[in-house]
Write a protein that binds this ligand. Structure first.
Ligand code: NAD
Ligand code: UGA
Length: 474
């Protein structure tokens, strides 16, 4: 049997590192897990005390089920710390789970992944390690990043210290991170095809096998593993853009996109999941990872492949602006000084994350049309909404923004006196609102634009609403 892993360090206490390593700690009481970050505020939040009801409400990441596990394991075999060097030194295995955003400047700006954080954490590992370790790429990275990491580690390591590099991409989705981690469809581990590489993969596999059935651990070469992560996200996003393209045809023909998606999904080869038409996909990864794939294709002189994947993003941008335009057109071609209530600001339900959220694009669009926008989201902190709608560092537009945007404490409050409601996130609570009293409090005609296909349009029409749902005719 491969030598057991006893101490794990995770560099990066974000949406991935935090939940992933918390679930490892929960399932592996024999392993000590330390999650470290350069951001002391984030670490302090992970270490925050329970509230009066005994709940951990101050964690930096909201995921159903996460707080309970952190509470159970923290201080036992799970630690959050800013002492990065110490945690690296003590670990047998280090996850690199830092952010890999799209580059903002330089070569590949707007497409390529910014590998600065991966590189600086790799250099740090090389600099402080006094014993051999397995280094695991958890971040989503371009194909062949492991080769650069290996060169950096080998050129900077102390004598007698060896590093084995594995790729172990993460497939969790936000909002369902805990169930996704507890019973993943698969765990992917890529390694070099050498004895040492295979041995390292077996040691990491043994960690997962504490709770994941062995047949669900799939081991591949390093490059396949790295590329599979980009490929999986590209294929998932492509399904949404495909169904959103169908939604536009449905609206023009009277077909119903939910019926079309259901009919297609009954084909076992297509399958029913991930075919929900929407205002457009958001989230920190789909766009970033596809742009990364586009950049990779272009650098490999494969412009046709690049164009093919780029179209998934183009369709998504078009879906968002098509929806926003529909709002303006329907409100008699002007929303100037009209109150528009935006329900939901997170990029999907059950998360407080707003990265690339469609709601941001919609609010920007409505602002440009001089509307007065009122926003309600059950989980997104107010400061985050202000940050997303202003452009700090560029110009100080916060006063202007606050003239046009207000934040409401509830969905009902957001809709008072509104001319239109726009559902931007599919929060369950929006399905159960008291629509009759909301209708009574609105200007007439009262419009509702369902960007997520969650409300019962027939029922709302009976109340008096003029309803537009994505992918459904008038
Ligand atoms: P994040 O921004 O939430 O977290 C990254 C953390 O790394 C930050 O807290 C940052 O302070 C820290 N960090 C950066 N450089 C560091 C360094 N040198 N030393 C210590 N800490 C450092 O990002 P995330 O959403 O957790 O994503 C991390 C990676 O996982 C990305 O590559 C992303 O593509 C990938 N991924 C994300 C998701 C998701 O749902 N968010 C899912 C699968 C994969
Ligand atoms: C996605 C993938 O699902 C994960 O497997 C992957 O690990 C992750 O990206 C990542 O690499 O970061 P996530 O972005 O958290 O996860 O959430 P999704 O459930 O994929 O939703 C993404 C966006 O697509 C959301 O805005 C969602 O509302 C939208 N969506 C999703 C649709 O519009 N229709 C659908 O049918 C499904």
């Amino acid at each position: 049997a491969p030598q057991a892993i006893r101490r794990i360090c995770c560099v990066g206490a974000g949406y991935v590192g935090g939940p992933t390593c918390t679930v490892i700690a929960q399932n592996c009481p024999d392993i000590t897990v330390t999650i470290v970050d350069v951001n002391p505020v984030r670490i302090a939040a992970w270490n925050s005390a329970p509230d009066a009801e005994g709940r951990l409400s101050g964690l930096p990441v909201y995921e159903p089920g996460l707080a309970e596990i952190v509470l159970a394991c923290r201080g036992k075999n799970l630690f959050f710390s800013t002492e990065i060097d110490k945690a690296i030194e003590e670990a047998d295995l280090v996850f690199v789970s830092v952010n890999t955003p799209t580059k903002k400047s330089g070569v590949g700006a707007g497409f390529a992944a910014d590998l600065h954080y991966v590189e600086s954490s790799t250099r740090r590992i090389a600099a402080v390690a006094t014993s051999s370790k397995i280094i695991v790429e958890k971040s989503t990275v371009p194909c062949r990043t492991a080769a650069s990491m290996r060169t950096i580690l080998e050129s900077n390591s102390r004598p007698g210290v060896r590093f084995d590099i594995l790729s172990n991409p993460e497939f969790l989705a936000e909002g369902t991170a805990i169930p996704d981690l507890q019973s993943p469809d698969r765990v992917l581990i890529g390694s070099l095809d050498t004895n040492e590489g295979r041995e390292a993969a077996a040691r990491l596999s043994a960690v997962y096998e504490h709770w994941v059935p062995k047949h669900k651990v799939y081991t591949t070469g390093l490059w396949s593993s790295e590329l599979s992560k980009l490929a999986a996200n590209a294929l998932l996003a492509q399904r949404i853009s495909s169904v959103n393209a169908m939604a536009a045809i449905c609206e023009a023909t009277g077909a119903d996109v939910d019926e079309v998606a259901h009919a297609c999904g009954l084909d076992g080869r297509i399958g029913p999941k991930f075919l929900k038409a929407s205002v457009g996909f958001g989230g920190s990864c789909f766009q970033k990872d596809i742009l990364n794939l586009v950049y990779l294709s272009e650098s490999l002189s494969l412009p046709q492949v690049a164009d093919y994947w780029r179209q998934v993003i183009t369709m998504n941008e078009w879906s968002k602006s098509r929806f926003a335009q529909k709002v303006v057109q329907t409100l008699f071609n002007t929303i100037t000084m009209k109150k528009v209530a935006v329900l939901g600001f997170a990029f999907k339900k059950n998360t407080g994350d707003t990265r690339e959220s469609a709601a941001i694009s919609l609010c920007r669009y409505f602002r440009q049309e001089n509307a007065l926008v009122t926003i309600y989201d059950p989980k997104v902190p107010e400061a985050q909404i202000w940050m997303d709608l202003t452009e700090p560092g560029v110009v100080d537009d916060s006063i202007e923004v606050r003239k046009q945007i207000t934040l409401a404490p509830s969905a009902v409050a957001a809709c008072v006196d509104a001319e239109a409601i726009v559902i931007a996130t599919e929060w369950d609570e929006f399905k159960e609102l008291d629509w009759a009293s909301i209708y009574a409090g609105m200007k007439k005609p009262a419009f509702l634009f369902d960007g997520r296909g969650i409300v019962d349009a027939k029922l709302l029409r009976k109340i008096g609403f003029k309803v537009h749902s994505v992918g459904k005719g008038p």
